[in-house]
Design a protein around this ligand. Structure first.
Ligand code: DAK
Length: 260
């Protein structure tokens, strides 16, 4: 299904969603967030897709935030609906059974930083800038920034970024552990595709279980998280792919995983 503000491309088991409103630095208005939700659902329904990359159109921005022009006149009920839609998108990305990668090619501010943080892995171009500048507008992060930033960089750094609204460059974000690596702009997408393709070649059930256990375990006491891991580990031994993966190792040949 074609969208107005989101481009979808799929190659070699990797889907790339590009947020495509470059004139507004890919700001997220309601229509774009709704399209992103649909696009992520579309990816979820395509069993040939094994990894998802999210990026922004143009060379300036990943996403410069929620659309301020649209939000400017919202009253509280509309703001709540908008925030719920943004949270729905974050939840959809996190519950996708495949890994998601944010390729942050420029500004990732407010809702843009929040969108990147709803992805499993974040890589940045040297031109990327991150921040939660909502306090400049006298609001707070509304798409999961208070919770996800604190989990990503720790509560102390999250407080500083959210209270000051300061932007940090890619190197700073890498020091904070917010991004995994910083790449020259032209190498960002190729690098993300390489990582995605590598993951796409692994046992998809294993990758999916790992994603689930890592996410659920992060909010649990250690013993409960370990119990989840034991259960998922054992469950995978009921799959054909586990037999295939171990047989392939013993027979010294590449595995042929089918996702069963
Ligand atoms: N929304 C709408 N338009 C935006 C935008 C945004 N977030 N960011 C940029 N644009 C538009 C600009 O208005 C401009 O449009 P024209 O004037 O050309 O029509 C165009 O993109 C180019 O931007 P600039 O001319 O400003 O470009 P510069 O290179 O000079 O500056 C900048 C780039 C990224 C530093 C600057 O554009 C900027 O500061 N943008 C705003 C960044 C920002 O504050 N982002 C956070 C937005 S707040 C909630 C739900 C969600 C949220 C909060 C609450 N609830 C409902 C509870 C989340 C909030 C946010 O994300």
């Amino acid at each position: 299904m074609p969208f107005e503000n989101v481009l979808i491309e799929t190659h070699d088991g990797v889907a790339t969603l590009t947020i495509n409103r470059p004139k507004s630095l890919n700001a997220l208005n309601t229509a774009t967030v709704a399209e992103l939700c649909l696009a992520v659902e579309q990816v979820a329904d395509d069993r040939s897709v094994k990894a998802l990359i999210l990026t922004g159109a143009g060379d300036k921005a990943f996403v410069a935030g929620a659309d301020i022009a649209e939000m400017a006149h919202m009253a509280s009920p509309a703001a709540l609906t908008f925030s719920e839609l943004g949270h729905r998108l974050g939840d959809l990305l996190e519950s996708l059974p495949i890994p998601t990668i944010a390729a942050v090619n420029g500004f990732a501010l407010g809702g843009g930083c929040e969108l990147a943080m709803a992805c499993d892995l974040i890589y940045a171009s040297e031109k990327a800038r991150f921040g939660q500048p909502e306090v400049n507008l006298s609001v707070i992060p509304g798409f999961g920034g208070t919770s996800r930033l604190a989990r990503r960089v720790g509560p102390h750094r999250a407080r500083e970024l959210i209270f000051t609204g300061d932007l940090i460059d890619a190197a700073h974000a890498e020091r904070y552990g917010l991004v995994l690596a910083v790449l020259p702009p032209e190498q960002l997408l190729p690098h993300c595709r390489e990582v995605a393709k590598k993951i796409a070649g692994k046992g998809p059930l294993a990758v999916s279980q790992a994603k689930k256990v890592l996410a659920a375990g992060a909010d649990l006491p250690l013993q409960a998280a370990n119990a989840l891991e034991r259960q998922a580990f054992a469950t995978l031994f009921g799959s054909r792919d586990q037999k295939e993966g171990m047989a392939a190792f013993l027979e010294k040949r590449p595995p042929r995983f089918e996702g069963h």
